[in-house]
Ligand binder design. Sequence first.
Ligand code: SF4
Length: 397
Amino acid sequence: MKKSSASKKTAAKTETAANTETGANTETGARTETAANTGKAASAGAGSGGKAAARKTSAAKKTSAAKKAGAAKKTPAATKAATGQRSAAGQETAKKTAAKKTAPLKRQAPAKKPAVAPKKATVAVKGVAPAKTVTPASPRGESRTALVRRARRINRELAEVYPYAHPELDFENPFQLVVATVLSAQTTDLRVNQTTPALFAKYPTPEDLAAAVPEEVEEILRPTGFFRAKTRSVIGLSKALVEDFGGEVPGRLEDLVKLPGVGRKTAFVVLGNAYGRPGITVDTHFQRLVRRWRWTEETDPDKIEAAVGALFPKSDWTDLSHHVIWHGRRICHARKPACGACPIAPLCPAYGEGETDPEKAKKLLKYEKGGFPGQRLKPPQAYLDAGGKPAPPLGAG
Ligand code: SF4
């Protein structure tokens, strides 16, 4: 009886070891799932192993009993006791052998094939260096230190993928940037860039826009959608700039957020890109990607900003925002992320959420990664040097 119990313990230890080892290697959600699957497989293995052990034990008993019967016929009654002892020893040996054979069966239990990102990007994305192989920790139950390291690693990889990342709104001064950012709500930066040349040609300063006839501004802003509300916002913020800030865009967060139509997101775009003051821009792409990467579970933009900001030095915030947003626009799309063509796939817990076939994924890439024009009509030289193309003006395509 003791030996059977030892056998059970051995089986339990084997299963636990299988789970622990798989868990230790878990990095991604997919891998966590794998860990669960492996655990199930190990469990299934334990079940089948247990049955095998039972069969073997029963066989051993039968053999032993047969031997015993044979011995009884051949030997006198005086030797029966000794034969019985040997038979008992034989049973125990059979049990031990069965127990030993059971353990390897559990280890050999087949695990489900996991959805694990390839160690290297399998498609050569133009200008993209594949992410290096890493063995990160599991996002579930990941330590704070491991999370910080993983987040910074992703940002470093993205900096290599998008060395020319920049704000994708065309602007020449802080006034143009704050207006363009307000107009970018619910539309693309491309559409804003195609619209603002006419706006700033007619209203180059806050004073000009503050004194504008709303209907005339509405006609210019029509292509950006929600044009009546946007007209009210840009005229209102121009008036506030003239009346409260001497016609200048303020360089402080607390002043910027007082302007009509300006929230923290717009304020950080202006601070980071017009004044060189670090800020995290939590737009729709940023929210989606940081959740996919399990940097935070927060859903409120202000809480996301705080949670992600705590993972990076302040000096990284503006570039980090560009990297994340650029990746969301080009590769890690909302509906069809191009996982099979993603250079940071080995670092991503959400690998497999989108298309993993390299050739199909490559067709999902946008802007310069797909060989198409970018969003800016006047992109920085670094973008053009990297093979990027300027966006066409309104009506040109
Ligand atoms: S494209 Fe796929 S692998 Fe790449 S970051 Fe997005 S979800 Fe992860």
